[in-house]
Design a protein around this ligand. Structure first.
Ligand SMILES: Cc1ncc(COP(=O)(O)O)c(C=O)c1O
Length: 484
């Protein structure tokens, strides 16, 4: 029997070439550029594409050559989310220890399916989940799991709500379990994140079955409208409240909503993907009163907990519905739900099976910085948003559109007697020119169908001077646009 010829990839070669490279030196240019302007370098997709081979190359390059090839693109064409003037979207700044944490994750390469295959990683993940459970004052029986992002976490929560409503019938017969031609209804406010609509589409509920109730002047769900929507719905399955909406950072009246859902026997999911980090601040925590009554909660650690992507969790006050939905046995996998801790399986709580060791960067962040320091940073972000709002209000050329409740501030440049149309055009132009200048970045947002300048501060590097710098640039560009 001829022996097979050994493969050409020699693991020790790989290691040798890696050890030869000084990791610090490889990372240094990226680390140094993280806070440099411009935040975004304009690019042409086809030109970037042309720099890479069109198919998997037959011959490999040395690692040095590969690093050079990608470095020339990545150094210039990666948006600098850590830049203190980056106020766009709700994109994570990442903490300084992240490069180390993620290198460890890749080196360990744990597939964190459950305890048996990765006892160390599983223990750390369960530890962080316990910390988060404690942070929101959930009962001890609560459980949760790291998951890819807020969208998939919200999707998972809606699937659990369906299981709560229809039990085993949902698992086996899907939406047919609804019976009598009825269709499940999801209720949320009109300020809720678009991932709820997408989840409704994916789960076969349909986006038409997402009933959006109105918000008050502070962009918070109106409890009275929620009661009405519940009464009118044939088959209400889930209410989604937000603890920090994407556009304005509004926190819905969680305690009132929890009361209403409790009376109606409807699953309450709270989307705290953005706002969850605020719980780390003792000063901000009272804003979230009632969150502990949610049946499920989405929190993105890759948002206001400062961690790099991907780091999100889904938490359940009582994990029974999740376990009922996700439990499955097969010839190749069978771990009982009531087994000992040494048989604990994360896939009993979410649809994912293979997962990277997402909890490690979170663990290192919490353990290294500590909750108090992180909480002070979160509070400082909120204070910076408040400071911005006060500067805006004190300036006759600026108009506050949505006062910050957390760390998002919406306003516009609106001097003198300009028409609404002209103000809207000028603000869109200001946003674009600011991005082109490269020192600051705000995202495109509309409130009541009109463009606004939206500043989201979830960056540990941002200081009050950057807020002042942004306003100075806005006013300078505004003056130029008006030809003064
Ligand atoms: C309130 C809210 N929920 C959910 C999401 C989706 O999170 P992800 O981007 O991690 O999927 C976002 C994203 O910004 C959000 O702001």
């Amino acid at each position: 029997m001829p022996r097979p010829i050994p493969p050409t990839i020699d693991p020790s070669d790989d290691l040798a070439s890696f050890v030869d490279l000084d990791l610090n030196q490889v990372l240094a240019p990226y680390l140094q550029s993280r806070m440099q302007s411009p935040i975004v370098q304009p690019s042409v997709a086809a030109e970037l594409q042309a720099r890479f081979p069109g198919a998997i190359p037959g011959d490999g390059l040395s690692l040095d050559e590969v690093l050079q090839e990608i470095g020339s693109v990545l150094l210039h064409y990666s948006r600098r989310n850590t830049h203190p003037g980056f106020f766009g979207y709700i994109a994570p700044s990442g903490v300084p220890v992240d490069p180390l944490s993620h290198a460890l994750v890749a080196t360990l390469n744990q597939n964190v399916v459950g305890y048996p295959g990765s006892p160390g990683a599983a223990t750390i993940e369960r530890t962080v989940i316990k910390w988060l459970i404690e942070l929101i004052d959930y009962p001890e029986a609560a459980d949760g799991v790291f998951i890819g992002g807020g969208s998939i976490s919200n999707l998972t929560a809606l699937a659990c709500a369906l299981t709560h409503r229809f039990g085993e019938g949902y698992r086996r017969r899907g939406l047919l379990a609804c019976g009598n031609g009825a269709s499940p209804v999801i209720i949320c406010s009109r300020a809720t994140h678009l991932s709820i609509q997408r989840a409704a589409a994916i789960l076969g509920i349909g986006t038409d079955q997402v009933v959006t109730v109105d918000v008050d002047d502070d962009f918070r769900m109106r409890p009275r409208d929620l009661v009405q929507a519940l009464e009118q719905a044939d088959c209400p399955v889930c209410v989604v409240a937000s603890a920090g909406t994407t556009t304005t950072g509004a926190i819905d009246p969680l305690a009132d909503i929890a009361e209403i859902c409790g009376d109606a026997g409807v699953w309450l999911h709270i989307d705290a993907a953005y706002g969850g980090g605020g719980l780390m601040s003792e000063e901000l925590k009272p804003l979230y009163a009632g969150i502990e009554r949610a049946d499920s909660i989405t929190m993105d650690l890759h948002k206001w907990f400062y961690n790099a992507v991907e780091s999100s969790v889904i938490l359940y006050r009582d994990p029974t519905c999740a376990r009922q939905l996700f439990y499955e046995r097969s010839d190749y996998i069978h771990f009982p739900l009531d087994g000992p801790d040494e048989q604990y399986m994360f896939f009993h709580l979410s649809p994912e099976l293979s997962r990277r060791f997402r909890a490690l960067p979170a663990y290192i962040t919490f353990r290294h910085y500590g909750r108090e320091r992180l909480g002070r940073n979160v509070l400082y972000n909120a204070q910076c948003a408040q400071y911005l709002a006060e500067l805006v209000e004190a300036d006759p050329d600026l108009e506050l559109v949505a006062a910050p409740q957390l760390s998002i501030c919406n306003f516009r440049y609106a001097p003198g007697e300009l028409t609404e149309t002209r103000v809207d055009a000028i603000n869109s132009e200001i946003r674009d020119r600011i991005e082109a200048k490269g020192n600051f970045l705000m995202s495109v947002t509309h409130i009541d169908a009109r463009p606004v300048l939206r500043v989201c501060i979830i960056n540990h590097a941002t200081r009050a001077c950057h807020i002042e710098g942004l306003l100075a640039e806005i006013k300078q560009i505004g003056t130029e646009l008006l030809g003064n």
